[in-house]
Design a protein around this ligand. Structure first.
Ligand SMILES: NC(=O)c1ccc[n+]([C@@H]2O[C@H](COP(=O)([O-])OP(=O)(O)OC[C@H]3O[C@@H](n4cnc5c(N)ncnc54)[C@H](OP(=O)(O)O)[C@@H]3O)[C@@H](O)[C@H]2O)c1
Length: 281
């Protein structure tokens, strides 16, 4: 059984230095959760602590940091954990033909293998206690791929596949798995992508240099200026449902562009769908 309302609920939130994770960690804390949030830079860890959140270093590409986080959290809770919100990630930009294998390996270390590792370490805890919530911040790009986002889109498709299998395997265990699929949300995801683009994509020599210029301007300008972009509170609203509802959903699609993407995928023939998606990039 999940903990009664007055019992303290505990949650790990990764990637809490900015954007969705920073907002959700604080919102959960404000609603009475005991929050274990992760970041990488000392200043970000200190900022979380200043807001009364128990903060830890975690880099998904470093398995030791994942093990240390889980050990520290379980020591503090006495071996229990209500929920995990896998959220920390980055978006490697670039056309597939321009991406070295190394760029994809690194993208998958952060966005996929690390998430798997952390999830696997929490499942036995939740099985023992007979309840738990595993919520993963995927993306609309995990359902509908868009050009120049191949590495990121592949990592999110992989998360969808992995966690939907886990969901079936946990049927009847009291542990629920949900995926959140946001479209454009205000965060640092675009500026944070810039160093990855510079590191791995030789953009001036690419056949895609023209569209890359627009992409570069977007990253340098802080991301898309779409009027349909929502604040991270929109993600928090569905995270809350996934954590608290008696019947959490497998998928939570957030923002109108993401909902349109899902609807188009349902109704359009594949050839037309991919043409429409390409026009959105
Ligand atoms: N914003 C959107 O439009 C959007 C849309 C769909 C899905 N999402 C998903 O939402 C989640 C949160 O992203 P965001 O939009 O809030 O972006 P963000 O502001 O860039 O935040 C990303 C967070 O992930 C952390 N992170 C990056 N690489 C990491 C690693 N190797 N190990 C651990 N943490 C790492 C970052 O830490 P540092 O500060 O240390 O780099 C930061 O705390 C991601 O899973 C993203 O894919 C976002």
């Amino acid at each position: 059984m999940p903990p009664a309302a007055k019992e303290l609920r505990t949650v790990i939130v990764t990637g809490a230095s900015s954007g969705i994770g920073a907002h959700c960690a604080r919102a959960l804390k404000a609603e009475g959760w005991r929050v274990f949030a992760t970041a990488r830079k000392p200043a970000d860890i200190a900022a979380l602590e200043a807001d009364g959140i128990e903060a830890f270093y975690l880099d998904y590409r470093e398995p030791d940091s994942i093990a240390a986080l889980v050990d520290a959290v379980l020591e503090r809770t006495g071996g229990t954990l209500t929920a995990l919100f896998n959220n920390g990630a980055y978006a490697q930009p670039g056309a597939v033909e321009d991406l070295p294998v190394e760029a994809l390996r690194e993208q998958f270390e952060a966005n996929f293998f690390g998430w798997h590792d952390l999830t696997r370490r929490t499942v036995p805890v939740m099985r023992r206690q007979g309840h738990g919530r595993l919520v993963h911040c995927s993306s609309i790009l995990g359902l509908a791929p868009v050009r120049f986002r191949g590495a990121y889109s592949a990592s999110k498709h992989a998360i969808e596949g992995l966690m939907l299998c886990l969901r079936q395997e946990l049927e009847g265990s009291g542990i629920h798995v949900s995926l959140i699929e946001p479209g454009p949300v205000v965060s640092k995801i675009a500026p944070n992508a810039l160093p990855w683009f510079e590191r791995y994509v030789d953009h001036e020599k690419s056949v895609h240099r023209e569209p890359y210029r627009a992409q570069l301007a977007r990253m340098k300008g802080g991301g898309s200026k779409s009027r349909l972009k929502l604040g991270p509170d929109a993600v928090y609203a569905v995270l809350r449902h996934a954590l608290l509802s008696a019947r959490p959903r497998p998928h939570y699609v957030v923002t109108l562009p993401a909902k349109i993407g899902v609807a188009l995928k349902r109704v359009l023939p594949a050839r037309l769908l991919y043409r429409v998606l390409a026009s959105q990039s």
